[in-house]
Design a protein around this ligand. Structure first.
Ligand SMILES: Cc1cc2nc3c(=O)[nH]c(=O)nc-3n(C[C@H](O)[C@H](O)[C@H](O)COP(=O)(O)O)c2cc1C
Ligand code: SF4
Ligand code: FES
Length: 616
């Protein structure tokens, strides 16, 4: 049967004709050459090679085009029902591009998942390409896309952490137990990375509620009750103000504390960034002030490093120290707006910040830099500052290439001051009591200030420990954590979560401060200390961290995306050649775009160096 309409066949016939004429011309012109034998031979070969291609192209030309109904426009169509449903769910949400993730949250929360038809309608409403909406929705773990032919997830999701501290506390058995006990039509069980409750391991998030030291009966009974966020007893705006809160900000706004003096005090105090990198705060303020405005500020509350939960503690107890600190920094540096990015795993904090931001914005204290809240959606990489900025702009959280650094070209292309929650929480106290007061609280003259260490694992009393910067870990365990847990003897520790490496107990006399562990190929990062005992396998711990990085790699660069996957496979195979580890670690460390890929193999590196018996 002939095809209905095959215009391409004309094109092919013309193409064949051209090739034959060309070959003929080369053949004739070469006949006049004296030494034409070799050329003729190669032309024959070329002709032989070209013929099958011409034949197959002719076959292709006879394929009919797929028919489409000409009465319909092209592409996936928006239906009126979905448009109306999405419009109702969005309410009065602003339809700017940077609100896309907020919009996806409204749909996910409202329906329990993201219907394919709703995504099409959302793209239409936001005037975005459907691919753009889909790529964002599919990037984040907390969004469930359900296509037309797929079943929606059950009404309740229980996310059980299988991060290192929770795994040591029996998370895997809990996950299996819940999978066996829960009705799959009603409850979905997901194993997820650290949810920032490592001091109460094994921990789970049930709907929007956390369950600490969870057991199967606990989770089943909690599932039958209210699953909304449980509000902590925090110090609210009124209580904070009543005890003198916001008085330092008032002095800064009134000019009683001059911007230059504030920057100098920060530098003299030696306040370092506590999100992981430890960059001196005063120096960062100076850099951002040096770039022409308008400028913006971001506060990083993504707190996803396994083992870290200090920012949660700061916000659950005294959120206004962070808010006042951010408003002071924004005033000194000249930032016009403050975006606070909070991880979605802390729904109670998101709710309390919404309430408290409204009070502060209405009080006049934030007139120079109104506070805005942005909600993450379950992607660890969004803690990396440039990925966080992408996410605030409503995009996939993929780290940017540098330079330019965000201090120069950050949020919405503007110079941006970014700080961790704890870093800004120290600002009011430092300006009130002075640089010497802060600096003097370190363990020695070389260490400045207090730090909040998140301690979890095999200690008697895990939790957030406010202790002098530079304190040796042995002292931290004995004097702040009640010693090792009953029946456990100290074997190894991770000083800075999954990225900072893993060290043997005999190195626990080193000062816990920036700069110490770097000399040994690790770092303190966000001060997430996980303690392992003689009952634990360092190899299993390293595998746990590598699985985490494999799960959380944004996939943008091959050394990290493929390297983390490969490293997991290698760790699972005891016969893996050691040289292969060395080679892969070097490639990942040298050529990954961001800190995730660069630091992902630190624990494996230390496993080989300090615990060779576990690699045999
Ligand atoms: C993979 C990765 C994850 C990160 N996660 C966080 C985080 O959850 N919270 C945070 O404050 N900083 C995080 N950081 C560090 C930030 O990029 C940035 O250095 C920090 O927010 C700056 O604030 P600070 O100077 O007050 O520490 C992360 C960095 C990397 C490479
Ligand atoms: S190193 Fe990993 S997380 Fe970072 S950009 Fe590359 S793929 Fe993404
Ligand atoms: S909550 Fe499980 S490891 Fe942090």
């Amino acid at each position: 049967m002939k095809p209905d309409y095959a215009p391409f066949s004309k094109g092919l016939a013309f193409g064949d004709f051209c090739i034959i004429v060309l070959l003929g011309w080369i053949l004739v012109s070469n006949m006049s050459l004296k030494h034409s034998g070799g050329i003729l031979e190669s032309l024959e070969c070329a002709f032989d090679e070209a013929m099958p291609r011409i034949v197959s192209m002719n076959k292709l030309a006879q394929q009919p085009y797929k028919k489409r109904d000409p009465s319909l426009p092209k592409g996936r169509q928006v239906d009126d029902g979905s448009l109306a449903e999405v419009a109702a769910l969005l309410g009065d949400l602003s339809l700017r591009r940077d609100m896309l993730i907020e919009a996806l949250h409204l749909l996910q929360d409202g329906v329990g998942h993201l219907k394919a038809g709703h995504l099409t309608a959302l793209a239409d409403i936001f005037r975005l390409a459907q691919a753009e909406v889909y790529e964002v929705a599919s990037f984040y773990h907390h969004f469930d896309i359900v296509k037309e032919d797929q079943a929606p997830p059950p009404p309740l999701t229980i996310r059980i952490c299988d991060g290192l501290s929770c795994e040591m506390a029996g998370a895997n058995a809990l996950i299996e137990g819940m999978k066996a006990a829960a009705d799959p039509a009603q409850i979905r069980i997901q194993a997820v990375p650290c949810i920032g409750q490592c001091d109460s391991a094994p921990a789970a998030n049930l709907g929007k509620r956390s369950v600490k030291r969870a057991t199967v009966p606990d989770l089943l009974s909690a599932a039958a009750q209210d699953t909304g966020p449980e509000m902590p007893e925090y110090e609210d705006f009124e209580a904070y103000k009543a005890k003198g809160g916001y008085s330092v900000l008032a002095k800064v706004i009134a000019g009683e504390i001059k911007p230059d003096d504030a920057v100098k005090t920060m530098s003299d105090a030696g306040l370092r960034g506590l999100g992981g990198a430890g960059f001196p705060a005063g120096m960062k303020w100076g850099f951002v002030r040096g770039y022409e405005g308008p400028r913006l500020m971001t506060v990083n509350g993504d707190e996803g490093e396994p083992g870290t939960f200090k920012d949660r503690w700061w916000l659950e107890t005294q959120p206004h120290r962070m808010i006042e600190g951010a408003l002071i920094a924004a005033h000194v540096v000249g930032c016009d707006e403050i975006y606070v990015y909070m991880r979605d795993e802390y729904p109670h904090i998101l709710q309390l910040l919404l309430i408290e931001f409204a009070k502060v914005n209405a009080s006049g204290f934030a007139d120079h830099a109104p506070l805005k809240l942005r909600r993450g959606a379950g992607a660890y990489i969004c803690g990396e500052e440039s990925a966080m900025i992408e996410s605030i702009e409503g995009k996939r959280g993929m780290p940017r290439h540098r330079p330019p650094f965000i201090a120069e070209v950050g949020l919405f292309g503007r110079p941006t001051l970014n700080h961790n929650i704890e870093t800004v929480s120290w600002i009011p106290d430092i300006l009130e009591h002075g640089a010497k007061w802060f600096a003097g609280q370190g363990w020695s003259e070389k260490n400045n200030g207090l730090r909040s260490f998140s301690v979890s694992g095999r200690v008697k009393e895990p939790g957030v420990k406010l202790a002098p910067a530079g304190i040796p870990l042995n002292k931290l365990i004995e004097e702040y954590c009640g010693g090792m847990a009953e029946g456990h003897s100290f074997k190894a520790f991770l000083p800075g979560g999954a990225s900072g490496g893993i060290f043997p107990a005999h190195m626990a006399d080193l000062p816990m401060d920036f700069g110490t562990f770097e000399a040994h190929g690790g770092f303190l990062g966000s001060h997430a200390v996980v303690i392992l005992s003689d009952k634990d396998s360092v190899r299993d711990a390293a595998l746990n961290t590598m699985r985490f990085f494999k799960h959380e790699s944004c996939g943008q660069c091959t050394p990290c995306r493929a390297g983390t996957d490969k490293m997991v496979m290698m760790l699972q195979d005891p016969a893996t050649d050691h040289q292969l580890y060395e080679d892969l670690m070097q490639v990942m460390g040298d050529s990954s775009i961001c800190g995730l890929g660069q630091a992902a193999s630190n624990c494996v590196k230390h496993l080989m160096k300090y615990f060779p018996e576990e690699m045999a």
